[in-house]
Design a protein around this ligand. Structure first.
Ligand SMILES: [Cu+2]
Length: 73
C-alpha cells in the first residue's frame, strides 16, 4: 500500500447529479480508497493506492466524463 492524495480541479459540474457522475467514475477505479467531490470548490479530492493505480489513470477517468479537468495538484 502506497497511499497518495490527488486534487483535481474540474469545470462544468452544476448539480448533485454531476457530482455523482464524477464520484462514481473515480470510485470505480481499482485502488481508489476515498473520493470527495465538491461542487462549491469545483474539485475532487482522491486518496488512492499508488501500487494499484496512478494519477494518470484517475485524471484520464475524469476526462471521460462530460466535465473538464482544468488543474491537478
Ligand atoms: Cu448536474
Amino acid at each position: 500500500m502506497n497511499k497518495q492524495e490527488l486534487t483535481i480541479q474540474i469545470e462544468g459540474m452544476s448539480c448533485g447529479h454531476c457530482m455523482n457522475t464524477v464520484h462514481q467514475k473515480i470510485s470505480s477505479i481499482e485502488g481508489v480508497t476515498h473520493t470527495d467531490v465538491s461542487l462549491s470548490d469545483k474539485n475532487a479530492k482522491v486518496e488512492y493506492d499508488a501500487d494499484t493505480t496512478s494519477r494518470e489513470e484517475i485524471v484520464e477517468a475524469v476526462t471521460e466524463t462530460p466535465f473538464q479537468v482544468v488543474g491537478i495538484a
